[in-house]
Write a protein that binds this ligand. Sequence first.
Ligand SMILES: Cc1ncc(COP(=O)(O)O)c(C=O)c1O
Length: 365
Amino acid sequence: MTWPNDKYRAATVTRMAPIRGDLDSLPTYVPGRNIPGAIKLASNEVSLPPPPKVLSAIAEAATIGNRYPDLAVTGLTARLADEFGMEPERIAVGCGSVSLCQQLVSIACAGPADEVVYAWRSFESYPIVTQVAGARRRVVPLDAEFRHDLDAMAAAVTPDTRLVFVCSPNNPTGTAVRRAEFERFLRAVGPNVLVALDEAYREFVTDPDAVDGTTLLDAHPNLVVLRTFSKAYRLAGLRVGYALGTPEVAQALRKVGSPFAVSTMAQAAALAALDCRAELLAACAEVTGERTRVRAALLHVGYTVPRTEANFVWVALGERTAAFAAHCLDQKVVVRPFPTEGVRITVSTPEENDALLAAALTFER
Ligand SMILES: Cc1ncc(COP(=O)(O)O)c(C=O)c1O
């Protein structure tokens, strides 16, 4: 943090803020770094801009930016209902799926006795939203292949567990949960615990055995599926995601969300992006082709790279993680390090991927 001037800083640091003390121990969300002139492969974005039709929709929506957005997100909700063949009452749209993660903890947990179970390492928002809600965390390590250990997660569920996050494909390791193991997990957990399947990267999945949560919703009323427009639909900067579940869960999510959290521009952009779906999904297919190439090249020179179903690869580097990230930065490529564990690298265009591979191949391990 930089301060505008010394006078302001002096005034700020001497003041005691009347805020909760436990925020000191709250993990901080670490965004991928933007470094001018460098290739950013650190935030799992698609590097192409939104299609022209989406940009026009955003510009047109901005002309009524003086008015509040449609609180009920009517048009987008109806369109998603059509797409998934379900009632609009079962859909809650939010300011990105990260906001829906927070809303899920709010609707499931009422105090410190309530627990949230999730795998680790997984999406860095889960510990943050759990602690902010004042709930207890139960963390289950990934298995030796960087996958969710769903049997161990089911065993970690106690009578106090209110919510389980399952991330598939998992951020940051890219591994996907299989349908059969997820169904077994749902049976083991039972109907009284909310299970959130976070599928932010679903459009990049090519493994036919990977779970698709939308196909399990009717059989499992405790299941909530999270999806986003931030990745395949190229709207990370517009902030729009959605949850699919029962009407009761969707209504509860809407109840605890900030009013007007989904802007008019975000609603219009998401609708237009759905119109461009064929083009956007074709670009995802190019990314998954590149993913195979990048992973193969890294495996070929001896890196440990688990099979990934997302638009990124995980390279397990242990103590060499920081050195690898620094080396890539020297070559003007920004990756996302998780110190002492590994780096997550977004798969991008062939040119950007080549720059990453050139850096990886010259790194001394
Ligand atoms: C697993 C996972 N869930 C949710 C999100 C949040 O996405 P959104 O941009 O919709 O808030 C991300 C973003 O990186 C993610 O990796």
